[in-house]
Design a protein around this ligand. Structure first.
Ligand SMILES: Nc1ncnc2c1ncn2[C@@H]1O[C@H](COP(=O)(O)OP(=O)(O)OP(=O)(O)O)[C@@H](O)[C@H]1O
Ligand SMILES: [Mg+2]
Length: 632
């Protein structure tokens, strides 16, 4: 007596339906996707009791003839592919011929469809069986009504949640569809109330405005970038806004809304160093890859895809988002960003050619264009790598409190430029000769004013702009230190007489653990009995840099940070050293220093954000100012 039996078709269909139809929201998804595949320009959704009583989807698509309407309910019946090869690069949402039969097997289904205005067909079915086919008048298009979902599978019906939460799941599906196809008008009613009206929109931003409010959409940054065969477009949240509203993510691949943790992570990693720990940005990204690079047939509800070369796609996503964040606009509503003029124009300082945000590079000439009012040279406090004219002042390693030691300022100004003995970076005797751009635009530095020894202020066509001097310098140094950690080319100063530093055992241990990195940053030191260090060379990121204090404070921060993840180690160290090495609030800055900081900030890749995710730049629009004066 055999124990194996083939299941009756009705049972097999119900089992198969389990994969496709989980809850009313899945019915909505399948029916709306069918409408879109039929070329609809408007889709109306009617829901009753969270979809448990009724889900009805009407479209103005191409409709079906009588035979097709009947066949559509059969399993594996589809108009969308014919052979397995057609699966490669399939552009329709559907391709399995599973959705309608699956829904039909667990509900009472009614299809009214017409391929031209006038005479159409009505097909009624229940529990997977055809009940009646008749003629029906209808405008061109299709209406599919799904009543009493799971009426014949009580076990599954019990899994349905309240009407409210089923409706919420439906609303989420509608948002996904709305973002996938902004050009299609979507309306929905729930229990007789019109709850969703998304008019056809020309752009994703306009559609997001309809979905989440225009104010929200306006605050997002545009992403649009092509990397090889991969295009990444969409909108992302400004780092400064992250955490102020609920996080939202949307990702589509070749027009299909999908979940993909890897791509979301890639986009998030573009925010690296602009967000406080634990904050995650809102993202709305559409990724387009060549059809043969992606497999859409890997998930029962088509909610995931598989890439042939995932790494390339992730890299493209990260790059695209990073570029979007790299605009001045990302920090403030400045619009035009840094002003640039042709090279050589008055008031301009050179910036390397090639891209809006050139990498931090050496260009000491930039700092010398504008002489100090008193005829004194600019000190180059923010001079890029290798451009430092300041000789090392051993007093900065003197363990007397910083306040008691004279600033290395005077030394800087008295010393001949380029008196940098033994610099391994090859800084020339004439700082101006350090590598500079041969061509390209130049940044216009506006007149800057220092306020409360903390902020730099300047006028912009759109309003008043404030730069936080510490945050800005921190950003500049962070990017430079990160580069130094990767390339080991930090400007450093060899000491004529090595210095001995006495450290606590914990600090000595932290130094030893990071010795290689410290060397790349410019600290050439070796253990010298017990917990002491013999320092042969120190970094010289700027003229006022206090090498010992920075080292001690960095070691302090490192000893409190035991769980450093390996991949973030460089970033963390660069951020820590940058924070300790940057000018502080309260430090007076000369004109030249302010200008140099402005230029150096403009050259960073993410100028608008410091390494903790705070803004470096704040913008006060003229309209706001005028409002306060009652001029508006
Ligand atoms: N709203 C509609 N307008 C016109 N034709 C439709 C509509 N809905 C379904 N069809 C036709 O019915 C067929 C079967 O639909 P069904 O959703 O079951 O399968 P599919 O969309 O081809 O594939 P999948 O199971 O992946 O969704 C479709 O291929 C299409 O030809
Ligand atoms: Mg379908």
């Amino acid at each position: 007596m055999p124990t194996i039996a083939v299941l009756p078709p009705a049972v097999a269909d119900q089992i198969a339906a389990g994969e496709v139809v989980e809850r009313p929201a899945s019915v909505v998804k399948e029916l709306v996707e069918n409408a879109l595949d039929a070329g609809a320009t408007a889709v109306e959704i009617t829901v009753e009791e969270g979809g448990r009583a009724l889900v009805r989807v009407s479209d103005d698509g191409r409709g079906m003839g009588r035979d097709d309407a009947v066949l559509a309910l059969a399993r594996h019946a589809t108009s969308k592919i014919r052979t397995a090869e057609d699966l490669v690069g399939v552009t329709s949402f559907g391709f399995r011929g599973e959705a309608l039969p699956a829904i039909c097997s667990v509900s009472q289904l009614d299809v009214v469809t017409a391929s031209a205005d006038g005479a159409g067909t009505r097909v009624e079915a229940a529990g997977g069986a055809l009940v009646h086919v008749s003629e029906a008048a209808r405008r061109r298009g299709t209406t599919v009504s799904v009543a009493r979902l799971f009426y014949n599978t009580p076990a599954r019906q019990k899994f349905l949640r309240s009407a409210r939460s089923e409706w919420r799941a439906i609303a989420d599906v509608l948002v996904l569809v709305a973002l996938a196809r902004p050009d299609v008008r979507l309306t929905a009613t729930h229990d007789g109330r019109t709850v969703v009206v998304y008019p056809a929109a020309p752009t994703l931003r306009a559609r997001l405005g309809a979905v989440h409010g225009a104010g929200y959409a306006d605050g997002l940054l545009d992403v649009d970038d092509v990397d090889g065969a991969v295009r990444v477009a969409g909108l992302v949240e400004r780092p400064g806004d992250v955490g102020t509203t609920a996080r939202r993510t949307y990702l589509s691949v070749n027009g299909r809304a999908v979940r993909d943790l890897g791509l979301v992570r890639a986009a998030e990693s573009a925010y690296r160093s602009t967000l406080a720990a634990g904050l995650r940005p809102s993202l709305f990204l559409t990724v387009t890859v060549p059809a043969d690079q992606v497999d859409v047939n890997v998930h029962p509800a088509k909610a995931e895809v598989r890439f042939r070369d995932r790494w390339t796609v992730e890299r493209a996503v990260e790059r695209a988002v990073r570029r979007a964040l790299g605009t001045f606009d990302s920090g403030t509503a400045l619009g035009s960003g840094w002003r640039v003029v042709p090279r050589g124009a008055p008031g301009a300082v050179p910036v390397p050619a090639g891209g809006t945000w050139p990498a931090v590079g050496a260009d000491v000439a930039a700092l010398r264009v504008h002489a100090h009012p008193g005829g004194r040279p600019d000190t180059g406090l923010f001079a890029p790598d290798g451009a430092l004219p300041a000789p090392f002042d051993a007093r900065t390693l003197d363990p007397t409190p910083a306040g008691a030691a004279p600033l290395p300022w005077d030394e800087v100004e008295r010393a001949p430029p380029g008196a940098v003995p033994g610099s391994p970076t090859g800084a020339t005797s004439n700082g101006e000769a350090a590598e500079g751009p041969a061509a390209g635009d130049e940044i216009v530095v506006p007149p800057l004013t220092q306020l409360r020894r903390t902020f730099l202020m300047f006028e912009h066509p759109d309003g008043l702009v404030l730069i936080d001097q510490h945050s800005a310098h921190e950003r500049v140094l962070y990017e430079r230190f990160l580069g130094a950690l990767e390339r080991g080319d930090a400007p450093m100063q060899r000491l004529l007489f090595p210095l001995t530093l006495h450290l606590s055992p914990a600090h000595a241990e932290a130094f030893e653990a990071h010795r290689e990195e410290f060397a790349r940053l410019g600290y050439d030191a070796e253990p010298f009995g017990g917990a002491s260090l013999l320092v042969h060379a120190v970094p010289t990121p700027h003229a006022r840099f206090d090498a010992e204090r920075c080292l001690r404070e960095t070691l302090d921060a490192l000893t409190g940070d035991r769980h450093a993840a390996a991949h973030a180690r460089h970033e963390r160290l660069a951020a820590t050293v940058a924070c300790k090495a940057a000018v502080k609030a309260g430090d007076p800055l000369s004109d030249g220093e302010m200008r140099a900081l402005y230029v150096a900030l403009a050259r960073t890749t993410l100028p608008a954000h410091d390494v903790h995710g705070r803004a470096t730049i704040v913008h006060l629009g003229w309209d706001e100012v005028e409002r306060r004066f009652g001029r508006r």
